[in-house]
Design a protein around this ligand. Structure first.
Ligand code: GLA
Length: 703
């Protein structure tokens, strides 16, 4: 970080970008100067701030400020919108200084001219990375007897974009079993909001957005991206003004989720992580992937085990005998972690009862889970179980005992979804209860892994007579969850946790700080997954992307797909098996054993390598994803062609990230090419089997 005292300019440098802001003490404002390719401080300090032209209808600095507040001649989307006790809202900011808070971490302080509110803008560049982190801390600076301040909008950051004639926005949308569908469209003048009003991240969109001038592609062109690390309700508003400004305001909480700040209280927003790359969408994705591995995950350097999960095989009908049978078969395949899914506890015979009663099902596991866990361990695998701690079925002992623990309002119907209600995890008594049974479960059964599910969105969420901040549970539930996860992880450092919410309904940079991997989608159709994984990979790395090989025809779509294709699709992330192994033929078992061994061989490259999306499943008949390992020693390419057509030719796959003057040998065919040829001409697409659902894994090693 570099500071030019005279002009008040601060320059933050990441590996391949820089971000410049300037304090304007007279205006009481922090102006944005530049975000893009690196430039020297001397120039940055002399750059002008591009304000709108001056007239009595203009907000001169709309879109130009680092953290616009509601107040003064500002008419754009505020990052900070509050209400004082007397009903007035406008703020009058004054700059109060800059301090360096640590390596790569600078804090700009502001406060209201005469009212008791101060706020700090935090900027941090994580070491050796190519992303920028921002968050904001708000403090009620008044005396005890003063009234609280109501926070209406409390953004982590506003990310202003440079001036460009047009902007295109990329984001994902979808729904349950159809998460992460990537969409790019022209950004209109006005406000475009992506949001979750559900109390969790959501399947229908995800808290990130990328912006480009319309010309960027996978490997070329400038792309700016902003994310929000939160797992409750959230809002990202992308704004484009008629004057040509664009920017992203990223905040926790949807509209109407207000927070009271009492005198002396501090509210710290979640972190918003942003990246700029001149190397297209792929460049931005790789910056995020590296950041997640090195700075978000606690065990980013570990290889994730190949797991088996029982859900699609035995559904709710799990018992000691059938799980042991599956475990034996899974171990024979080379599986490393065996996970018993839903149905092992309480009166859980289907989804109508049992959630909340976390003791082993008396008929199915009369001896408890421990004997199964012991045998799974003897088979050489880790032992995992499915839990859904934040939920309760009204038909459960827990609900009969603590009906007041759920999100509900006195004269409103508590809407059931999947026959369940949400426990209020913003209440420490509720999370203490969850901690106790989880601790016991883990200790008594030597549990190595939890699949932590969350199967419905919030309704009737609020506190009866809770006053103005009655709806804060939409953000505070997730904060309570984080504390609980951290408590468990501190007490059980070897425990690993998979985040799941009916598949990918809670995947974000917030939850990944407290878990290890994510269940990507309940849709395990190997073809649908190509699109889902393409969208997922825009921000999240393969090392958290859990993917299972399940049965054919697929239970959800009915599609029949050969085993190899199912494997090649799932190998793009953390490979798992989810089929009913009791019915796999000896030939299938043999093929699966071979493919799992192959995956383990190339796993360090896939899970820890740099990822290049060579084609887009929505636009090309062939989907290809490449991973490049450390020092470009090895590379792997996964190729899938879901359907064929006469005359459909496959252009060579132009590989990325290799050393041009090195030679690479195909580890299976022995063919040898130079890095330059592989990048320039490309790798000839291998002889794929004819017909639909053709696929291949290519491994190249430097010779
Ligand atoms: C959710 C999960 C599934 C499975 C079921 C169990 O839908 O995403 O993988 O665990 O719950 O009820």
């Amino acid at each position: 970080m570099e500071i030019d005292e005279t002009s008040g300019t601060v320059l933050l440098r990441t590996a391949a970008s820089c971000y410049v802001l300037r304090l304007d003490t007279a205006a009481g404002s922090v102006h944005h100067v530049y975000w893009g390719a690196p430039l020297p401080l001397t120039d940055a300090a002399a750059l002008p701030v591009w304000a709108d032209h001056d007239n009595s209808f203009a907000g001169r600095y709309d879109g130009v400020e680092e953290y616009p507040v509601d107040g003064g001649a500002r008419f754009a989307v505020p990052a900070l919108d509050i209400r004082f006790d007397d009903g007035s809202s406008p703020l009058e900011p004054q700059t109060a200084g800059i301090r360096v808070a640590g390596e790569g971490h600078v804090v700009v302080s502001l406060r209201d001219r005469n009212r008791p509110l101060a706020w700090e803008l935090h900027y941090r560049v994580p070491a050796h990375g190519d992303v920028l982190e921002r968050w904001t801390e708000l403090v009620h600076t008044g005396e005890n007897r003063q009234e609280p301040v109501l926070l209406l909008r409390y953004a982590s950051a506003h990310w202003p974009m440079p001036l460009r004639p047009r902007w295109r926005m990329s984001s994902v949308n979808g729904g349950w079993s159809a998460e992460h569908r990537l969409e790019r469209s022209e950004l209109p003048v006005g406000e475009t909001t992506l949001s979750s009003r559900r109390g969790h991240t959501g399947h229908h969109t995800n808290p990130w957005v990328m912006l480009d001038g319309g010309q960027a592609d996978e490997e070329h062109g400038e792309v700016w991206a902003a994310t929000l690390a939160t797992s409750g309700s959230w809002r990202l508003t992308v704004q484009r003004t008629a004057a040509g400004r664009a920017g992203v305001v990223a905040s926790e909480g949807h509209e109407g989720v207000e927070i009271t700040l009492a005198p002396g209280q501090r509210y710290v927003t979640p972190i918003s992580v942003a990246a700029y790359s001149a190397d297209g969408f792929g460049g931005v994705s790789r910056a995020f992937h590296a950041h997640v591995r090195h700075h978000v995950l606690s065990h980013g350097d570990e290889l994730r085990p190949v797991l088996y999960n029982s859900w699609e095989a035995t559904s709710f009908a799990v018992d000691e005998e059938n799980q042991l049978e599956l475990a034996r078969r899974a171990a024979a395949l080379g599986v490393e972690l065996f996970v018993v899914d839903d149905g092992w506890f309480g009166a859980r015979d289907d989804d109508r009862a049992g959630l909340g009663d976390w003791t082993p099902h008396s008929q199915r596991f009369p001896r408890g889970l421990r004997p199964l866990a012991d045998q799974v361990h003897q088979l050489g695998m880790g032992f995992g179980v499915w839990v859904e701690p934040e939920m309760v079925n009204p038909d459960s002992d827990l609900y009969r005992k603590h009906p007041d623990w759920v999100l509900h309002l006195p004269d409103r119907t508590a809407t059931e979804l999947r026959h369940q209600l949400v426990l209020d995890f913003s209440r420490p008594d509720v999370t203490d209860w969850a901690y106790e049974w989880l601790r016991e479960l883990v200790v008594d059964n030597t549990v190595d892994f939890l699949k932590w599910d969350f199967n419905r969105s919030f309704t009737e969420a609020g506190v009866h007579a809770g006053g103005s901040s009655a709806r804060k549970v939409y953000v505070e539930h997730a904060r309570g969850l984080y504390l609980l996860l951290d408590r468990l992880r501190t007490d059980f450092p070897d425990l690993r946790i998979e985040t799941c919410a009916g598949g990918g309904g809670r995947v974000d940079l917030g939850i990944l700080r407290h878990t290890d991997q994510a269940w990507t989608s309940d849709n395990t159709d190997a073809v649908d997954r190509l699109t889902i994984q393409h969208g997922f990979s825009q921000v999240y790395p393969s090392t958290v992307m859990s993917a299972w090989v399940t049965d054919s025809p697929n239970p959800l779509t009915g599609r029949r797909v050969p085993l190899a294709f199912r494997f090649h699709s799932a190998m793009a992330g953390v490979l798992g098996i989810g089929g009913d192994l009791a019915h796999w033929t000896p030939q299938e078992m043999e093929e699966a054993t071979r493919l799992i061994a192959l995956y383990k061989d190339i796993r360090p490259v896939i899970q820890h390598g740099r990822q290049y999306r060579l084609s887009d499943p929505n636009q090309s008949p062939v989907t290809a994803v490449q991973y490049v390992g450390a020092d470009a020693e090895r590379t792997a390419v996964l190729v899938s062609r879901p359907s064929t057509a006469f005359g459909c030719i496959h252009p060579p796959l132009r590989l990325r990230g290799l050393v041009h003057d090195a030679r690479y040998r195909d580890e299976d065919s022995g063919a040898e090419w130079s890095g330059a040829t592989l990048a320039g001409f490309g790798l000839p697409v291998p002889e794929l089997p004819g017909g639909d659902y053709a696929s291949a894994l290519i491994r190249l090693r430097r010779v």
